[in-house]
Design a protein. Structure first.
Length: 241
């Protein structure tokens, strides 16, 4: 089939595939490519879609359809129909970057919100992607909608304590809130102190005194009676020194 495709013998290739008993994508991709090569874009996409089945490689099929639309200048349709399914990398941040690279003219927030919508209940896991895109308000919004890794939030608070102290304070406070609710793996007192230190540094940049921060953290602890004891014990020892 690859030889027929290379020889541009598209009709023979499609005739051969029409006789197949099963719609295996490994074979039918040549038919889809043949249709696309003839400029029959809608038919190529429909042919590829018809190759979907229980054991079909859905991402590969989506990638083909997406590439056909992108190559034809239909970026909006390609993104709406196939971008999320066709682009999954090792991490959420890598996935976001891969899609943003393919769609340079699309607003990053649009890309990110579509990705978030595709994984409902996991909004907090997109915090790093939003932060990396400079969408700081959205990042905090996502971290407050579902569990986000406290250590990721703490790193953000530390990294942005001077450049974006408002974001850093929100990240640090959200990290403390998450620790109180049991988020994160193998969290220790060191993580609590790191989060608090980042909040204090950001507060200092903004001209907010430590007494105000202590009051805010105390109110946060009081509102989390079940999980606030651990954080309170760690900070009580710190405040006593």
């Amino acid at each position: 089939m690859s030889a027929l495709y290379a020889a541009s013998r598209y009709y023979e290739l499609l005739e051969l595939l029409a006789k197949a008993r099963h719609k295996w994508w490994s074979d039918r991709r040549w038919g889809a490519k043949a249709l696309a090569a003839q400029g029959k874009l809608a038919e190529a996409i429909r042919y590829a879609e018809e190759s979907k089945g229980l054991n079909a490689p859905q991402p590969e099929i989506a990638q083909f359809c997406e590439s056909v639309l992108l190559d034809s200048g239909f970026a909006d349709e390609a993104h709406a129909r196939y971008a999320v399914e066709a682009t999954y990398a090792s991490t959420n941040l890598a996935t976001f970057k891969a899609i943003a690279k393919k769609y340079p003219n699309m607003p990053p927030e649009t890309i990110l919100r579509d990705l978030v919508a595709s994984q409902r209940g996991q909004e907090g896991k997109w915090f790093a992607a939003a932060k990396d895109a400079g969408l700081f308000d959205l990042a905090i919004e996502l971290a407050n909608r579902s569990p986000a890794d406290p250590r990721t939030l703490i790193r953000a608070a530390r990294d942005f304590a001077v450049k974006r102290p408002d974001f850093a304070m929100a990240s640090g406070m959200t990290a403390l809130h998450g620790i109180m609710r049991g988020y994160g793996y193998d969290i220790t007192g060191v993580d609590v102190l790191d989060a608090y230190a980042a909040v204090i540094q950001a507060a200092s940049t903004m001209g907010v005194d430590e007494a105000t921060v202590k009051a805010d953290v105390g109110a946060l602890i009081a509102s989390n009676q079940t999980g606030g004891d651990f954080v309170q014990r760690v900070l009580a020892r710190h405040w006593a020194t």
